[in-house]
Design a binder for this molecule. Structure first.
Ligand SMILES: *[C@@H]1O[C@H](CO)[C@@H](O)[C@H](O)[C@H]1NC(C)=O
Ligand SMILES: *[C@@H]1O[C@H](CO)[C@@H](O)[C@H](O)[C@H]1NC(C)=O
Ligand SMILES: *[C@@H]1O[C@H](CO)[C@@H](O)[C@H](O)[C@H]1NC(C)=O
Length: 593
């Protein structure tokens, strides 16, 4: 199921730990406020240029997983180094690309991007090209790209086109480049010939009859596109790539945003000016921009940044959850250092990293949240658990590794997971498999942590665990444990103190008495509470929750001294202690207590 290239190649460096990963992510955006109007599937593209990671099989599988059923690619499509036998028909679902399209060094004969209408060119290849098709032929063979297949491409909003060194390509005759591209067009098909800007070449080859929605046949009044030759047959100004009628709902694609089927210059804003009150007010119909779509809610794994859905907050903002919605808000002071620092993106970067010293893994001790996934396919032999992640509470699963948010496989040294703080995995499955010495992981009640699937198998057998006494501490509840000892329980049978299960809180014994919260956590009573033999000391953490005070009492609060000269609502306040030890106000005329 897993090709082992990641382990293999990364194993040069022993450890494969990816915290943030530019990986495949697919989410479904539902348009419209209440109805599910045909869902548009949005996926993330790549940004590798011509560099390859892993072998071709792996590359192909990743690409297939990424683009299968995808309609809008946020980012770039990069198809490189694919053999002539590869079936790329999964690319047919793609209708829009926000970045560029790069097709290089492939051997297949036809590119099946038949439904691609718009390339937005928000990022460009080589800083110039929205579409680059280069060197697609077999060096010592007869295979190569013969047909471009971009039959529906009608708009490139930014950037040029470069189609060079495709030995077998019949210069893309069905595409009317002049009509589509504003910028540089370079088309040369013979390998090794001199590059020329062949605008004239293209001009001499297009025919007016080939496409019905071109700019070139439109009446001059239509400043964008038209659906006929008459001046009243212009497309709406918000259309991209043509239209079938004059309305903003007749566009083939939107120049800016698709708001429930209408092309609009911006999504309904979060604040709108109320002309009766002369104030900006919250817009109940606000939507967020998600790629080129307006959505009422950002997809689950995205964060709201102003009026956009983003996968992570910009550097000067931090993620805050309010009313179950995650938002980017400006940091007060310095932003907390995110896990961005552990981003490892491609093999070149891996190759430059020296083998990790197990000591250095301790940097993960402070990690409480992983926004994407944790994948471990290799681990230092000297470490028998993953306790360097012992403070990890949440894995968000915003992008996943092959569908997994937590993956631990074939680690020979592992005897327990030791993820004692892990409480939730918000998206993505769990895969903990083939770790031959791993105990305890099958005791964990995974349904407490995730609603997704957990594949926990082929680890050490349960019988062997019980036989050798490798069982959860008796203080753990039936939810299981992450390892041996009372500090590794998923939850406690009765009470806990600072993450360790205890048989009892110090209700009646000890110097520092405690109370228990609803969840069974033992917490200390306030220091001004009186410790009494055979009696509980407090009912909560406050100085007003003591059963008795150790010294004085001011109103409901136990205090060590009565207030003297503190600012009150009506001037400075002085109090004295009466015979019962209660603080009473001094007479109004007393000025110094
Ligand atoms: C192109 O778009 C049209 C209209 O949207 C569609 O009918 C057709 O199947 C698409 N694909 C090709 C290969 O022309
Ligand atoms: C806009 O989104 C709707 C709903 O998903 C879709 O049916 C329609 O084709 C889209 N329109 C354009 C122009 O992209
Ligand atoms: C596991 O946790 C779920 C959710 O908290 C609970 O409903 C279920 O009873 C637990 N299972 C066991 C075996 O304790």
């Amino acid at each position: 199921m897993f090709s082992d290239y990641i382990t293999l190649k990364i194993l040069n460096y022993l450890y494969f730990i990816r915290i943030l990963y530019d990986g495949p992510t697919k989410s479904t955006a539902y348009l419209g406020t209440s109805l599910f109007i045909s869902p548009v599937v949005v996926c993330t593209g790549t940004h590798n240029g011509l560099s390859m990671t892993g072998n071709s099989d792996n590359q192909y599988n990743l690409m297939k997983e990424r683009y299968n059923n995808c309609n809008i690619v946020m980012g770039n499509i990069e198809v490189n180094m694919m053999e002539h036998t590869r079936d790329l028909s999964f690319l047919q679902s793609i209708k829009e690309v926000t970045g560029y399209v790069l097709i290089a060094v492939n051997q297949f004969s036809r590119l099946p991007l038949d439904n691609l209408r718009v390339i937005r060119g928000t990022t460009l290849y080589d800083d110039r090209y929205a579409l680059a098709v280069m060197m697609n032929y077999q060096k010592d063979g007869q295979h190569g790209l013969q047909e471009l297949g971009l039959t529906n491409l009608t708009e490139i909003l930014e950037g040029g086109v470069k189609i060079i060194q495709n030995k077998y390509l019949s210069y893309a005759p069905q595409v009317n480049w002049l009509d589509i591209v504003k910028d540089t067009i370079i088309i040369i098909n013979k390998p090794n010939s001199i590059e020329l800007t062949l605008l004239t070449f293209v001009c001499s080859h297009f025919t007016l009859t080939s496409v019905s929605v071109t700019k070139t046949i439109c009446a001059p009044q239509c400043n964008s596109r038209c659906f006929g030759r008459n001046p009243n047959e212009c497309c709406h100004i918000e259309c991209a790539g043509g239209c079938k009628g004059p309305l903003d709902t007749d566009c083939f694609a939107c120049k800016n945003f698709n708001n429930s089927g209408s092309c609009v210059p911006q999504c309904p804003q979060t604040l709108i000016y109320n002309k009766h009150t002369f104030k900006m007010e919250r817009n109940p119909n606000a939507k967020y921009q998600y790629g080129s779509i307006c959505v009422a809610h950002c997809p689950k794994n995205f964060v709201v940044d102003d009026s956009s859905c983003v996968s992570s907050c910009p550097a000067d903002k931090t993620e805050v959850t309010k009313n179950e919605v995650k938002r980017c808000e400006p940091c007060k002071g310095l932003c907390p250092k995110g896990n961005q620092c552990f981003t490892i993106r491609n093999l070149d970067e891996y190759n430059r990293i020296p083998a990790l010293d197990p000591e250095k893994l301790k940097v993960f001790n402070t990690v409480e949240e992983i926004t994407d996934f944790l994948g471990i396919q290799s681990w230092p032999e000297s470490l028998s658990d993953l306790s360097v992640f012992s403070n990890l509470r949440t894995i968000q699963g915003r992008t996943l590794y092959k569908g997994y948010a937590l993956l631990v496989m074939r680690i020979k040294s592992l005897t327990s997971l030791g993820l004692r703080s892990l409480q939730s995995i918000n998206d993505g499955d769990i895969y903990i498999t083939g770790n031959e010495k791993l105990c305890y992981s099958n005791t964990v009640n995974w349904t407490r942590i995730t609603t997704k699937r957990a594949a926990i198998k082929e680890n050490r057998s349960v019988d062997a665990e019980v036989h050798t006494g490798l069982v959860c501490d008796p203080l753990c509840s039936s939810d299981g444990c992450w390892g041996p000892g009372p500090d590794q329980c998923v939850s406690c049978k009765k009470y806990s103190r600072g993450g360790t299960c205890v048989p009892n809180c110090m209700f009646l014994t000890g110097e520092r008495r405690e109370f228990a919260t609803q969840s069974g956590e033992c917490l200390p009573c306030h220091p001004d509470c009186k410790v009494q033999e055979g009696l509980e000391t407090c009912t909560g953490p406050g100085a007003d929750q003591c059963v008795a005070c150790s010294r004085l009492k001011d109103g409901p609060h136990c205090v060590s001294s009565c207030p003297e000269g503190v600012m009150g609502g009506e001037g400075v306040i002085f109090k004295y202690a009466n015979r019962q030890g209660h603080c009473e106000p001094c007479h109004m005329n007393c000025t110094q207590g």
